[in-house]
Design a protein around this ligand. Structure first.
Ligand code: DX5
Ligand code: ZN
Length: 228
């Protein structure tokens, strides 16, 4: 399956998280926000790395025929390695693994060799030093602004020093890495994360839990653009 283009590195992107959408009407939900979607963020939870279970490759495959957007798959999994190929063949364009699960060099190499865009994620209490050695091997750094596992949690402003640190280092090294934030992003926090240096904004509740998700996504983009 041909991969979809992620677009130019470093540009502002809104990545609606389908975790907050109605799983009984996923295709309609995704279509309804398409005009304001740069990437579609797919949260995969294994019940081990996080205390929740969500979706896997079959859902990615089903959604694939309803969207031409870049599928940004966030693998909150203790053992993502054996599943990378299944995500790739189901229609994932990028896969992000968590640094906390270990075996990072191998996971990044495996994802790369499958042709996926490669992401590395860090929890709020994981230091930048843990991900820094991999900056040259990734396309995306995801800094969680909540502890992963559930949508609708409160944004953790204290992560902004790490976002600033990551932005400084990405720019200093001149690496082509997108800086993504995920958790509690809404019209109030979007300018804060953009100001700190993030360029990809994941948002679940702030889009899908609103009465008019398309308008909510547009408002989110607008608030982020004001900070740039
Ligand atoms: C949290 C997930 C997020 C989640 C964000 O574990 O990784 O992508 O969907 O949800 P909101 O935007 O509601 O905080
Ligand atoms: Zn996520």
């Amino acid at each position: 399956m041909t991969l979809r283009d992620a677009g130019p590195v470093g540009t502002l992107r809104i990545a609606p998280s389908i975790l907050a959408a109605d799983f009984g009407a996923l295709a309609q939900s995704v279509r309804a926000i398409d005009a304001q979607t740069d990437w579609l963020h797919v949260d995969v939870m294994d019940g081990h790395f996080v205390p929740n279970v969500s979706i896997g490759p079959p859902v990615v495959q089903s959604l694939r025929s309803h969207s031409t957007r870049f599928f940004d798959c966030h693998l909150m999994m203790t053992n993502p390695g054996p599943y990378l190929e299944a995500f790739r063949s189901s229609g994932a364009d990028g896969c992000t693994v968590h640094v906390e699960v270990g075996g990072t060099a191998t996971l990044l190499r495996d994802a790369r060799s499958l042709g996926l865009r490669v992401g590395l994620a860090a929890n709020p209490d994981t230091s930048f030093e843990k991900v820094a050695p991999f900056l040259g091997d990734i396309d995306l750094l995801l800094l969680m602004t909540v502890f992963p596992g559930f949508g609708g949690q409160s944004f953790m402003g204290e992560v902004m020093t790490k976002v600033q640190e990551a932005r400084r280092e990405i720019d200093a090294q001149g690496v082509a890495v997108d800086l993504e934030v995920d958790g509690g992003i809404d019209v109030a926090t979007a300018p804060v994360v953009v100001e700190a240096g993030a360029n990809v904004l994941v948002a679940g509740s702030a889009i899908f839990a609103k009465p008019e998700p398309l308008e909510a996504a547009r408002a989110l983009r607008e608030s982020a653009l004001h900070a740039r």
